[in-house]
Design a protein around this ligand. Structure first.
Ligand code: PBG
Length: 323
């Protein structure tokens, strides 16, 4: 037989030599939930191993992230008070602003990215200002500028707006430039679907909408061409990195972006994807570690340069042992 593909699978040596995709700790960003208050370290029931921390308890988590050489973290704040507009998002002494200053002071090499949104900060749980029972796009943009400037002034390394308002990237780029933050990059949650896979996160961040859902601003999971349109707008508006979210059910979209843009592509391996692996592994129905590594590998193979994942620490440990 002329063609035998099994010839290059006969031993680990040759498999290593022809392996096309390799995961590395350099690919990972680890999300952190930081809650306002003291002495808080609460495990999130639907996300085993992931906790909410108050700043006075977070150091051991950050030590571990740095020891494992994970390059970056993505911060989510859980404020002690919420209101209609989410005004805490631009309080210079808000929980995120404090967290940025704390991390940059004590862990200067750790790359700090903030999620820029309102849903954890609004009493109704939506990602902006409500007018006539829906999120008002342009009124929300005006508040986003305040939030982003306060993150920048606190010393953040990169901002990642996740609210899916039209014109977000352009608005943020302009306000950052006008305030002298010309070198502060933006990672767009460019192609973000209205997904049931965010369920556990909404418990973790206390951000479930109290009425309706997010389908007037997040994307319809049925749409692929629209994803390219979203990414094109973010690209044109000056996003430095384009993200697809969730990851595992949207590998085709990651590949679309990889094939169409030269910018770095990120994907967000979201809470529900994490919870499913953990739950099945707990029941003994799958090998959790192997499924984790295979899932992360598939995201990279699909074209992601950056993988935002709750598995970052566990995967980094496995990768360091493989060396
Ligand atoms: C905030 C935001 C969400 C997630 C990241 N940023 C929730 C949502 O859009 O409802 C989800 C992350 C995850 O599920 O892990 N807008």
């Amino acid at each position: 037989m002329y063609n035998r593909t099994r010839r290059l699978r006969t031993s680990e040596g040759i498999r290593r030599l022809v392996r096309e995709t390799k995961l590395s700790v350099d690919d990972f960003v680890y999300p952190l939930f930081i809650e306002e208050g003291e002495d808080i370290e609460t495990e999130i029931a639907s996300m085993p191993g992931i906790k909410r921390y108050s700043l006075d308890r977070i150091s051991k988590e950050l030590d571990e992230v740095v020891d494992l050489s994970i390059p970056g973290v993505l911060l989510f704040g859980i404020p002690s008070k919420k209101d209609e507009e989410g005004t805490e998002t631009w309080n210079e002494n808000g929980i995120i602003q404090q967290a940025i200053r704390f991390i940059k002071k004590h862990y200067p090499t750790l790359y700090v990215i903030t999620d820029v949104c309102f849903c954890e900060y609004t009493s109704h749980g939506h990602c902006g200002i409500i007018h006539n029972n829906d999120v008002d796009n342009d009124a929300t943009l005006a508040n986003i500028t305040k939030q982003v400037v306060s993150h920048a002034q606190a010393g953040v390394d990169m901002v990642a707006p996740s609210g899916m308002m039209d014109g977000t990237i352009q608005t943020i780029r302009e306000v950052l430039d006008n305030h002298g933050f010309v070198n502060l990059p933006i990672m767009g949650y460019s192609v973000k679907y209205a997904s049931a896979f965010y369920g556990p996160f909404r418990d973790a961040a206390d951000s479930a909408p109290t009425f309706g859902d997010r389908r007037t601003y997040q994307m319809d999971p049925a749409n692929r061409k629209e994803g390219l349109r979203e990414a094109t707008f973010d690209d044109q508006e000056g996003a430095d990195i384009l993200m697809v979210k969730p990851a595992l059910s949207y590998l085709d979209i990651i590949r679309d972006l990889r094939n169409n843009f030269e910018k770095p592509i990120a994907c967000y391996n979201v809470s529900g994807e994490y919870a499913m692996v953990k739950a099945a592994a707990e029941k003994g129905w799958i090998d959790g570690e192997k499924v984790m590594m295979e899932s992360l590998l598939s995201m990279k193979r699909a074209g992601a340069d950056i993988i935002i994942t709750y598995f970052a620490k566990e995967a980094a440990k496995i990768l360091s042992k493989e060396r």
